[in-house]
Design a protein around this ligand. Structure first.
Ligand code: HEC
Ligand code: HEC
Length: 328
């Protein structure tokens, strides 16, 4: 027993040493100075307030399903039984509590590479792996131009992150980082933008759909399958499973029309209504403010991408019912 724990500590130490090198591997922030033009700001706005939905996580109150308009991007706190407490930082231009004092390069590195200003590795809850894979340089710069000019600076200190033991282990060992940074799903991402399916795939990366809706039996994400199952496990409320968006007829999107999918993606109308809920619940709901600005073409592309995925049976509502039964 004693040897076993010593071994675990040893392994952790070795891994920690690995995690220490991650910032070096990522390297210093790029030396860029983003010129702020109206076109850039407009492109940044379209992305941030559309498919990328930064405010669905960064706006105060979005986690509780009550986003505060005057606290847009001012930071929030997320809770999960598995992860613990996660601070979602204030990214308004406030100099002390937001990103006002960051350089353009530091912002681009955080958004696309997952390294904060102080060389802290960001949790994959921030979808940097997707953003890094799918954003063009111009789009990353456009986001910077947007963050500098559109959100009001708000002074708001967010409570500090307090991870569970297991999540601390995953973070300190670099496992949380490497799971995403090294997976071919992110490193070898090459959509064919000449097809609706390819354009939809790009949107699904930018919208982090591929993260939340990933098939995740036993907590192990199988990147590339959208059969759902990631758990949203917030203390105090019943667990919610991310839906199966693969084309399986019985448990996925296979039996639904384009119109039904349109209403689900754009307005949050559930494909399978629940007795007391016709709309999607949190955290999908937090995205709906932003999804309403998606164009018809973008939704058609997303739909084409979802329909092109391998179908896989995974009845998340049944899993949810079982989890609720166990929880009682
Ligand atoms: C799914 C939720 C989510 C979405 C969507 C999201 N973020 Fe984040 N973001 C986070 C979390 C959580 C962190 C903190 C991670 C950590 O501390 O390990 C973070 C961290 C950051 C940081 C680093 C800030 C710091 O103080 O370290 C920046 C910059 C950032 N996000 C910008 C953005 C932008 C810009 C967008 C939209 C294009 C965006 N984020 C979308 C959850 C999200
Ligand atoms: C932060 C995690 C998260 C992200 C990011 C996310 N979703 Fe979801 N989504 C969920 C959860 C959780 C549900 C289940 C909600 C419920 O059961 O009420 C859901 C439900 C849905 C549904 C309804 C399914 C049904 O059976 O009614 C659709 C459609 C959907 N998401 C599409 C998308 C698309 C498209 C994207 C990307 C543009 C996306 N989601 C991004 C978590 C997420």
């Amino acid at each position: 027993m004693r040897y076993k724990s010593t071994l675990i500590v040893l392994i952790a130490v070795v891994f920690c040493a690995c995690a220490k090198f991650i910032p070096r591997r990522i390297g210093p922030p790029p030396d860029v100075s983003v010129e702020i033009t109206p076109e850039r700001v407009a492109l940044g706005k379209k992305l941030a307030e559309g498919i990328m939905a930064c405010g669905s996580c960064h706006t105060t109150g979005s986690f509780e399903g009550d986003p505060q308009q005057d606290m847009y991007l001012a930071g929030d706190v997320e809770y999960g039984k598995f992860e613990g407490k996660i601070a979602v930082p204030n990214i308004t231009p406030d100099k002390e509590t937001g990103i006002g004092a960051w350089t353009d390069g530091e912002l681009i590195r955080a958004i696309t590479k997952g390294l904060s200003r102080d060389n802290r590795i960001l949790l994959p809850t921030m979808p940097w792996a997707n953003f890094g894979a799918a954003l063009t340089d111009e789009e990353a710069q456009a986001l910077v131009a947007y963050l500098r000019t559109v959100p009001e600076p708000v002074r708001h200190e967010v409570e500090a992150t307090d991870l569970t033991m297991i999540m601390s282990f995953f973070t300190l060992t670099g496992m949380a980082y490497n799971t995403y940074a090294k997976d071919p799903f992110y490193t070898d991402y090459e959509p064919n933008l000449a097809t609706a399916e390819g354009r939809g795939k790009r949107l699904a990366y930018l919208g982090a759909c591929v993260d939340c809706h990933v098939y995740a039996p036993k907590f192990e994400p199988q990147f590339g399958s959208l059969a759902g199952g990631m758990i949203v496990d917030v203390p105090g409320i019943p667990v919610i499973f991310c839906s199966n968006l693969s084309p399986d007829i019985e448990t996925g999107i296979g039996s639904f029309s384009d119109e039904e999918l349109y209403n689900a993606i754009k307005y949050g109308m559930r494909l399978r209504p629940l007795p007391d809920n016709e709309m999607v619940r949190w955290p999908m709901m937090a995205r709906m403010t932003y999804h309403t600005s998606l164009t018809d073409e973008e939704i058609d592309d997303l739909t084409a991408f979802l329909r092109s995925q391998p179908p896989l049976r995974n009845d998340v509502l049944e899993l949810e019912a079982k989890a609720a039964e166990k929880g009682k």
